[in-house]
Design a protein around this ligand. Structure first.
Ligand SMILES: NC(=O)c1ccc[n+]([C@@H]2O[C@H](COP(=O)([O-])OP(=O)(O)OC[C@H]3O[C@@H](n4cnc5c(N)ncnc54)[C@H](O)[C@@H]3O)[C@@H](O)[C@H]2O)c1
Length: 478
């Protein structure tokens, strides 16, 4: 099939590449010409400076010029004839009131409406929303295209569920494909787009209305964040409050139940990324503006926001740590491992929190996200960001620091206790936002102070107490 993909960010680029891998003729366009130049170059580093996803570059280089073509909006004019399907994947960021900013989407829709109205071939074309858009947006798109006088079109919703860091794998083998359309004709076109998924024995191929498809995406994302926030807001709080309460055992004991997921039961300094925060805000807005209560979701949002920086306050209150004029190492910048994506990353809130407390220098390390972080922490925008320095290894970042804050779950941080022991002598403070240091007891026994989500502050005294023999009944006070 001849397919256009409009918008080549994380979602659009991955989607275009996997469609091309499946033998479709894919014309992907974007308004960002420097991005297009990078993609067209086939150069790994240049592509990954925009979208770093395992396995993506080889698909692009193998299909480039044969099945996959990149162009700008002018170039797409010449490709509109004979198109069967157009996927729209523009950004849909939040407005200040939480509603979805549809300005990118609308511009794209009007541009495509103009092109489609002018084409000479009048074959059926389906425009498909890949971006996460409020319930009713497919209907709104129908109005825009009708305004332009586009003949013979359908609008469908096919939300994307790919997890960053594993986007290619999950695009090739998704858990489900959700397709919402109004007519059998449009559903048939989508089955031709996705022949490998339709009737698949393991992948659920769900055909429904556009509105249901739009809602599925919001409900799925907010439910995931609700589950994560339950563990952060209840599990971690319990383990931080009561003596002798082990976070690990609590998790194991609860999730041993088949009905309760282990995914999301980890506790952390907040879930970030481009989707959770904006999608929950949008769903809150959609419920409230239609007269419905959104209190559950509001609490979930608040718990997640609180989680991002509360360890800074705990370090002050529990460890008596005065951040003013100190040097703090930061382990991890991206919102999660295996990606360079900094959007809504907890590290953003942590850095701002540390700088607000008067930290003299933040020494940051991340295996993938440093270039992206520099764009976010632009000293031109806030001169305090000039206090952030970036390093290529954890060892270098730890030099001369008085505390370390682990903000991302990169696997290599599991070995951090050895690096700390070598480069930062006790009573150095370790703030573990991801519970990444399994042998934290060893550090504590050496005199380090260890503070984690889901644990009280641990010091050498705590270890000594936990190893002391239990008092005999005779010795115990009456
Ligand atoms: N990133 C994810 O993991 C993920 C997962 C599922 C769903 N989504 C949703 O997918 C959508 C896109 O997300 P993303 O992460 O790919 O965003 P992104 O910002 O990485 O990419 C959007 C792209 O659209 C381009 N663009 C903007 N206006 C355009 C126009 N008028 N014409 C052509 N191109 C235009 C931008 O230049 C950019 O390259 C959002 O709605 C998001 O919520 C994202």
């Amino acid at each position: 099939m001849k397919i256009i993909v409009a918008g080549t960010g994380f979602v659009g680029l991955t989607h275009a590449a996997v469609l091309a891998e499946n033998g479709h003729e894919v014309h992907a366009y974007d308004i960002d010409r420097t991005k297009l130049d990078a993609y067209r170059s086939g150069d790994r580093e240049r592509i990954e400076s925009y979208v770093a996803e395992q396995g993506l570059v080889p698909i692009i280089t193998e299909t480039l010029g044969r099945y996959l073509f990149f162009t700008d909006p002018d170039g797409i004019r010449g490709e509109i004839e004979g198109t069967d399907a157009i996927f729209l994947s523009p950004p849909t960021p939040p407005n200040l009131d939480g509603s979805t900013d549809l300005s990118y989407y609308d511009k794209m829709a009007h541009f495509l409406g103009e092109l489609l109205a002018a084409r000479s071939d009048q074959r059926r074309v389906v425009l498909i929303n890949k971006s996460t858009v409020p319930i009713g947006t497919a209907r709104r798109m129908q109005g825009i295209l009708a305004e332009h006088g586009v003949p013979n079109f359908g609008v469908a919703s096919n939300p994307e569920f790919l997890p960053e860091g594993n986007a290619v794998e999950k695009s090739r083998r998704p858990d489900r494909v959700v397709v919402g359309a109004d007519t059998e004709e449009d559903l048939r076109i989508l089955r031709q787009v996705y022949p490998q998924f339709h009737n698949h024995v393991r992948i659920s191929y769900i055909e429904t209305t556009p509105e249901t498809a739009e809602a599925i995406k919001y409900v799925a994302n907010t439910l995931l964040l609700t589950y994560i926030s339950f563990w952060n807001g209840i599990g971690a709080r319990l383990a931080e409050t009561f003596d002798n309460l082990s976070m690990e055992d609590l998790k194991r004991g609860v999730t041993a139940d088949d009905r309760i997921s282990t995914w999301g039961s980890y506790v952390s300094n907040g879930a970030g990324g481009s989707c959770f925060g904006k999608d929950i805000q949008s769903l809150i807005y959609q419920l409230r503006s239609n007269g419905q209560s959104s209190s559950l979701l509001e609490n979930v949002f608040d718990i997640n926001e609180y989680q991002k920086t509360y360890l800074i306050d705990r370090a002050i209150h529990e460890a008596g740590f005065d951040f003013n004029n100190t040097v703090v190492a930061l382990m991890g910048l991206s919102f999660k491992k295996h990606t360079n994506d900094m959007r809504d990353a907890s590290s953003l809130a942590v850095v701002e929190g540390l700088l607000a407390k008067g930290v003299r220098e933040v020494r940051a390390y991340d295996p993938l996200a440093i270039e992206e972080a520099k764009r976010f922490f632009d000293p031109e925008r806030n001169h305090l960001f000039s206090k952030i320095h970036y390093f290529d290894t954890a060892e270098e970042a730890l030099q001369g620091s008085e505390a370390v804050f682990v903000t991302t779950d990169w696997e290599e941080f599991r070995g951090l206790s050895h690096v700390i022991a070598e480069h930062a002598p006790p009573p150095y403070l370790v703030i573990d936002g991801r519970r990444m240091i399994p042998d934290y007891n060893d550090l504590v026994a050496q005199g380090y102070r260890y503070l984690a989500v889901g644990s009280k502050l641990l010091t050498k005294d705590d270890i000594a107490r936990s190893h002391a023999p239990a008092p005999t009944p005779e010795a115990a006070p009456a």
